[in-house]
Design a protein around this ligand. Structure first.
Ligand code: FE2
Length: 243
């Protein structure tokens, strides 16, 4: 399976606190069936506390450790980019990163409120050749209050990524039901872990999300959400379809 949203690099954001915890997350991800994982530290933390260069060297160190321990998992570079009016400039300056250097960009909309710039900035990113991958829309107030907004963004060619934990109630019953509704209504392309810790609520386990999706939409459509679609994104190729 392919996990395109993971806070797995140590000491950058609210993910693992040190390299030991980071490696424990890698072991757990591999044990849960993840073959390729994209490290997506928060853009704001990277630029305020560290740097893109730091992310690159931290990723190299982790890959070195993975090779030493013989874990069969690949880690790619990425970033979780908070949407704001500066987002297009941040990508142009190289301070925001896409998923594995493709045109797919993991974008986090504001959790609360309806800032007026949202549509314009998303469309500007698309105009610049990027494909926004909207992180956990099920946890974003704008989408919770009006799911047709998500349908509109998807219609414009954007991608929708829900969190595995949302499907098993780790963000509450309302978020669970809403995520199920989005999946049943074909408004989800990818399930990712958005992991922050080796164990517990924010563990790197997308299998739980896959199993929940199987119960909702069946095996072959659920497989697209954890295998086919995220694999296409990591390889920078068009998704085969929206289901
Ligand atoms: Fe995240």
């Amino acid at each position: 399976m392919y996990d395109i949203h993971a806070h797995i690099l140590p000491g950058i954001d609210d993910g693992p606190r040190n390299s030991t915890e980071s490696l424990e997350m890698v072991f757990e991800a591999s044990r849960c069936g993840t073959d390729v994982l994209v490290a997506t530290p928060h853009m704001r933390d990277v630029n305020e506390k560290r740097s893109v260069e730091y992310v690159t060297s931290s990723l190299n160190l982790l890959q070195h450790d993975i090779a030493n321990y013989g874990v069969d998992i690949e880690i790619k570079i990425g970033m979780e980019n908070h949407l704001n009016p500066d987002s297009p400039a941040m990508f142009k300056k190289g301070k925001s990163l896409t998923i594995n250097r493709t045109n797919f960009a993991l974008i986090e909309l504001p959790f609360f409120g309806h800032p007026k710039y949202i549509d314009d900035v998303l469309l500007e990113l698309q105009h610049d050749g990027l494909i926004p991958v909207l992180a956990h829309p099920e946890r974003i107030e704008l989408i919770q209050q009006d799911p047709t907004r998500l349908a509109y963004f998807i219609d414009k060619g954007m991608i929708s990524q829900v969190t595995a934990g949302s499907l098993i109630g780790q963000f509450g019953q309302d978020v669970k039901s809403f995520t199920e509704q989005l999946i049943k209504n074909d408004l989800v392309h990818v399930i990712a872990s958005d992991c922050h810790r080796p164990v517990g609520r924010r563990a790197p386990n997308i299998t739980v999300g896959y199993q929940a999706a199987v119960r909702l939409i069946g095996h072959s459509r659920a497989k697209k959400l954890v295998c086919d679609n995220p694999e296409s994104i990591i390889n920078g190729v068009r998704l085969s379809d929206n289901s």
